[in-house]
Design a protein around this ligand. Structure first.
Ligand SMILES: [Zn+2]
Length: 115
C-alpha cells in the first residue's frame, strides 16, 4: 500500500485546485473501465498532484499604519507610517486613514490589516 511519508505531508506547495480538478476528472473519464487497484489509483492521483505546476505566490505581508506627530490642538495625526516599509501616507483632515482606501500599502504592497 502506498502511504505518504511525514515529509510529503508537511511540505506546503501552492497549486491551482481548479486545474487539478480537470486533470483528475479527465483521468477518471479515461480510465473508468480499466481494472486497477486502489493502490494504483492512489499512486496515479499522487503523481498528478505532484506534477501540478507550483504557483508563484508572494508571501502576504501584514502591516498597519502608525500615526505620527499628532496635531497639538486636535490630538489627531495626519501623517501615518507603514509599519513594514516605514514610508508615509498623509490623510486628509476629513477622512480617517482607513477611509482613505489604503487596504494595501501603496509602496510595499503590505496588507494593512493590523499585522
Ligand atoms: Zn509599506
Amino acid at each position: 500500500m502506498y502511504t505518504l511519508n511525514k515529509m510529503e505531508m508537511k511540505i506546503m506547495r501552492p497549486i491551482d485546485a481548479d486545474e487539478l480538478k480537470i486533470t483528475l476528472t479527465d483521468w477518471i473519464r479515461l480510465h473508468w473501465d480499466e481494472a486497477f487497484t486502489a493502490d494504483d489509483m492512489a499512486y496515479a492521483f499522487l503523481e498528478m498532484i505532484n506534477e501540478e505546476l507550483t504557483l508563484k505566490m508572494k508571501p502576504v505581508v501584514h502591516a498597519h499604519w502608525v500615526p505620527q506627530r499628532p496635531n497639538n490642538r486636535t490630538g489627531k495625526a495626519y501623517i501615518f507610517v507603514c509599519s513594514n516599509c516605514k514610508k508615509f501616507a498623509i490623510k486628509s483632515r476629513q477622512a480617517s486613514i482607513d477611509e482613505m482606501g489604503y487596504v494595501f500599502c501603496p509602496y510595499c504592497g503590505a496588507e494593512m490589516d493590523g499585522g
